[in-house]
Design a protein around this ligand. Structure first.
Ligand SMILES: Cc1ncc(C[n+]2csc(CCOP(=O)(O)OP(=O)(O)O)c2C)c(N)n1
Ligand SMILES: [Mg+2]
Length: 624
């Protein structure tokens, strides 16, 4: 009997590359120097790890090398033939994990990041934390000096070994383990994969003892049929609770939908569109994923300040931080104020309760909710839509049909007016020098709108959503949830790896300060021929914080002229195009004259498409 496997939310890749397509294209460009001889007989503990990676079709392993996994490194290359997984050589462990994070999000299944013992793991920690916050699957594989102390090399194997290493990330991975035998490796790996892929998804860490990796196996250890260890089917909400939610939705006069992580599943987005159309619901996309097409007249993203105070019901779908979603914050006092009224009912459908840990306070402020439903929105939204469609929730005594028609007309009008405002605001700054953010969004749109594009890092503070047509979940991999700077380019490269060979044009909207943390990622992009269009919005500042210093100065009556100290990146200005070229990447800039922008973007897009290689355009922009 074949084991039942639930297919899970669809990955967002437009087309799976054919077997070996991406690797073959890379080999063509990397040239010779690689022995074709591959040893296919499993002999060592680390060969077994490669068999497991291959069984799960793990395409890539991002790594920075280290002696504690020299066994595994050798096995990937000489036993696995550097395919499934293929090594993605990174210059920093934070980049390696960011790549795995971006890939897992875009592909819907994990790749591996291999991090050297304690020092590599400690470098990787912020990236692991961000993957955790973003609920993205990632296999973080680590290594340790031998636990059998007599097998340790003096000094280095002691200073780089901790008891137990997983503790460094335990509070922000879904699971960690350190198997102690070949059979233990099998069980640990399979369990880790399943846990990473079970919603809410996340990174896992498995640490392999160096001696166990290098141990000669008396006989080959078989990998079981992994089909029988698939993740469980998704969690559906309590039917009675869904019934109540459907009734409240149907009866509400002023409902508002807030959608945050819904876009993990294409089916959920489809069902949300259906639900919104059926009941004339305004949808606000909070942006952790692509949740709702902006071309839909019921997309009211940006109108929440007007809608929430009127709302009698809020349907929150997979919202990361409810307090933030339901209110507004005063930047000077840091105090949050709710936008909803006292009597607004709140329904929250999410998996948040399953991701609570005591260490990170990522669960946010305690928020009263009238109906909390633990469920995966991938199955709960379709269920809600079908309940609302059923005759039991028909019009009843209230004339819902005409009320909804009126509501929809009013919402469409609000949406039209909001879009007109955005276009006029963009028009007003079109000629600004250096380039304004809306101008950058407009010129880039003109260049990519006929491409099969996907935004793999940022949105230009929403301008691309406000001025472009976002029609499909595969056009945006979602926000970087961690707010940790230094992360964008690695994450973007991971997503671009997931899409390599699919014909999609991957676009990284890249701030300057962020890139300066991890510029060596550009070398990896060039070396592995990752087709990625990097468009910088370079304001020559850590401007987010400059803004805070201005605010402090004003609040305290201190000189605003000092607010740039420790924050500007303009003396000297960084030559990002020169930096990128030094890593072997086609690059242009700095471009501050808006008239030069579009031709440079056109050349860069052509380069990415024809050469299947990264390109960077350094655009000097307004601060914000
Ligand atoms: C690892 C880390 N260090 C510091 C910060 C504080 N921080 C938040 S935004 C920001 C500025 C980032 O500059 P840039 O990427 O150029 O974006 P800009 O604000 O200029 O648009 C900093 C330093 C952070 N969030 N994460
Ligand atoms: Mg900046």
């Amino acid at each position: 009997m074949k084991p039942f496997t639930w297919e899970g939310p669809e990955g967002m890749a437009a087309r799976e590359p054919k077997a070996g397509e991406a690797a073959a294209s890379e080999r063509r460009h990397l040239g010779g120097g690689v022995s074709r001889q591959v040893d296919r007989a499993q002999q060592y503990g680390s060969d077994l790890i490669v068999d497991l990676l291959r069984a799960f079709e793990v395409e890539y392993a991002a790594l920075n090398p280290g002696a504690t996994f020299r066994g595994l490194h050798d096995s990937i290359v000489n036993y696995g033939g550097n395919a499934f997984p293929q090594i993605i050589q990174c210059c920093h462990e934070e980049i390696a994990v960011a790549v795995a994070h971006g890939y897992g999000k875009a592909k819907g299944r994990p790749m591996a990041a291999i991090v050297h013992d304690l020092v590599g793991l400690l470098h990787a920690t912020m990236a692991v934390y961000i993957a955790w916050l973003d609920r993205a699957p990632a296999l973080v594989l680590g290594a340790t000096g031998p636990m059998a102390t007599e097998q340790r090399r003096p000094w280095i194997d002691w200073i780089h070994t901790a008891l137990v290493q997983g503790q460094a990330v335990r509070d922000y991975v879904k699971w960690d383990d350190q198997p102690a035998s070949p059979q233990g490796i099998v069980e640990s790996f399979i369990r880790a994969h399943r846990i990473a892929m079970t919603e809410p998804r996340g990174p896992v860490y498995v640490c392999f003892d160096a001696a166990l990796q290098e141990q000669r196996l008396a006989e080959a250890v078989p990998v079981p049929d992994i089909g029988r260890f698939a993740p469980p089917s998704p969690i559906q909400g309590d039917p009675r609770a869904l019934e109540v939610a459907a009734r409240w939705l149907v009866e509400s006069a002023h409902p508002v939908v807030l959608a945050d992580y819904v876009g993990r599943s294409r089916a959920a987005v489809r069902a949300l569109v259906e639900l919104a159309e059926m009941l004339a619901l305004p949808v606000v996309d909070l942006g952790s994923r692509f949740n709702f097409p902006n071309t839909h007249p019921l997309d009211l993203t940006g109108a929440e300040d007007d809608l929430l105070p009127q709302a009698d019901l809020v349907l929150a779908l997979d919202v990361f931080d409810l307090q933030k979603a339901l209110g507004t914050v005063d930047r000077t006092t840091r105090l949050a104020r709710p936008l909803i009224g006292q009597g607004t009912k709140i329904i929250h459908v999410s998996l948040n309760e399953l991701a609570v840990r005591a260490w990170a306070q990522d669960y946010g402020r305690l928020q009263p909710v009238d109906l909390a439903i633990t469920a995966d929105t991938a199955v709960a939204i379709p269920a809600l839509a079908s309940l609302c469609r059923s005759p039991a929730h028909g019009d009843g005594e209230v004339d819902c049909t005409s009320r909804r028609r009126e509501r929809r007309a009013a919402l469409e009008e609000t949406s039209r007016r909001m879009r007109d405002r955005w276009r006029s605001a963009a028009e007003r700054v079109r000629g600004a020098r250096p380039v304004s953010w809306p101008r950058l969004a407009e010129d880039l749109w003109a260049v990519v709108k006929d491409e099969d594009w996907v935004l793999v890092n940022r949105t230009l503070r929403g301008w691309t959503r406000q001025l472009w047509d976002w029609t499909d979940p595969s056009q945006y991999v979602g926000a970087l949830m961690g707010g940790g700077v230094g992360y964008g380019v690695g994450h973007a490269m991971g997503a671009a790896l997931a899409y390599r060979g699919t014909g999609k044009l991957c676009i990284d909207l890249q701030p300057d300060g962020d890139l300066l943390y991890t510029p060596s990622a550009l070398w990896t992009a060039a070396h592995h021929r990752i087709p990625l269009l990097i468009v910088m919005f370079n304001n020559r500042s850590y401007f987010n914080d400059e803004d805070h210093q201005v605010l402090m100065a004003k609040a305290r009556g201190r000189p605003v002229e000092n607010a740039h100290i420790g924050l500007r990146i303009d003396d000297p200005p960084v030559d990002f195009a020169g930096l990128a070229r030094s890593f072997g990447i086609h690059a242009e800039g700095p471009i501050g004259d808006p008239a030069e922008l579009r031709p440079a973007l056109e050349r860069a897009v052509r380069h990415v498409k024809t050469e299947q290689h990264p390109a960077l355009v350094d655009v000097v922009t307004q601060s914000r």
